[in-house]
Design a protein around this ligand. Sequence first.
Ligand code: NAD
Ligand code: UGA
Length: 458
Amino acid sequence: MTFEKHILCIGAGYVGGPTMAMIAHQCPQYRVTIVDINPDRIAQWNSDVLPIYEPGLDELVKATRNRNLFFSTNIEHGIQENEIIFVSVNTPTKTFGTGAGMAADLQYWEKTARQILEHSTSPKIVVEKSTLPVRTAQAMERILNTSQNHVRFDVLSNPEFLAEGTAINDLKNPDRVLIGSRETEEGLKARNTLVEIYANWVPREKILTTNIWSSELSKLVSNAFLAQRVSSINAISALCEKTEADISEVARAIGTDSRIGSRFLNASIGFGGSCFKKDILNLVYLCRYYGLEDVADYWEGVIKINGYQQERFVRNMLTAMFNTLSGKRICLFGFAFKANTGDTRESPAIYVARRLLEEQAEVVITDPKALDNARIDLADARGTVHFVDDPYEAARGCHAIAIMTEWALYGELDYARLYRQAEKPAFIFDGRNILDPRRCFELGFNVFSIGKRPLTHF
Ligand code: NAD
Ligand code: UGA
């Protein structure tokens, strides 16, 4: 079979896998290949157990794999054979040297750029899918244009806005697709090629085109605004706990103002995930680099409140449980950074578990999809940690249950049974506000929710 276009994606992660599976599914006329340096990851993509859990992903991959979607470790061959190359490698926070703890670590991304340069013998459109500091495309162009063999490269920015847990729907029905390019004749032509790919299923009015720097910056700003909403509502949750205002009522009252909007106002134990923190740190670093100290401080506040909220949660547990957690058994319901994913990167549960261990509590962790990652995250933690699949088994004999992840299943458990099995006095700390506090209180629990008056029996 001959294909209309040959598309490559370098980086078979949470973004590369689902985005390319969606393109392959929506565009059977294109051949899509995903490559990665990690052979285990590629083997998993080619197996029955995919490397990531994402609702709807298995079906998509099954329908397209080895038809027009291929997973491979042969990066060199992939670069040679494909004319459109998405780069979706990881861009974590730098851990060394200048900018350590703040700037994006661009080593994986630069390695990829050099590989593309080395193995290209025909013109390529190179698409930045990873989240990158503004003006990275310029560096990419500089590397690619050192070519001795005069291969033409056009660099585009096409940041990804999917959220984990809802990735397939986000990709199928995106609020928008953003494509940034140079505004030269060649840049606009390359941009148009990418627009035509998405136009196979995304309405044209949702495909936004901008200059390349606006596109790069918009991705960082989008995550910063989203995280800022979470930190804003979480900051107010602390005030609610002091004043007997109720955060759910406040969120509803402000969220019905159409200028504010109701989404992303769920007070919580804090945001996690691989991107919010790293992207804001990156934004802060960029602001400082350009001498914009006040702007940097403003955005840094979003991260500070997130750390404050997590520590506040642990302190509340400590205070409520008579100022000692030593020797107490505490069960964490959920370890993933949000529901419907097995991803635990930057999950607030990691911080809470480590802090509880520091307080010499015994920690029992349960999660329907994230236990393997939880084991890795806590491999070096000192103290007693148990990983248990069944939530009733996990909670048996515990002094407290702390809800870390808003999995629907935790809202549906038999809390009367959980109370019977609990050590008394029994506590629930609902870090996601998914339970009915009054009902749990009436069953006998002492209930501490986020941003609400505690309900206690003493
Ligand atoms: P990930 O760690 O899951 O995947 C990245 C993959 O790239 C890994 O499998 C790694 O082995 C591979 N890789 C690294 N260097 C390589 C190289 N030189 N050649 C081939 N493969 C290489 O990361 P992710 O979550 O998919 O994120 C990728 C990018 O997308 C990041 O910049 C992130 O900020 C951005 N992003 C992530 C999400 C998300 O929900 N996870 C959403 C939007 C944007
Ligand atoms: C986020 C963005 O929503 C995506 O648009 C973006 O593409 C992605 O980051 C990225 O760049 O990686 P994601 O981190 O997968 O997606 O999930 P979100 O739904 O945004 O949740 C992030 C964190 O905020 C989670 O820990 C979640 O529990 C928390 N959150 C979210 C709250 O505490 N309250 C809310 O009201 C919403």
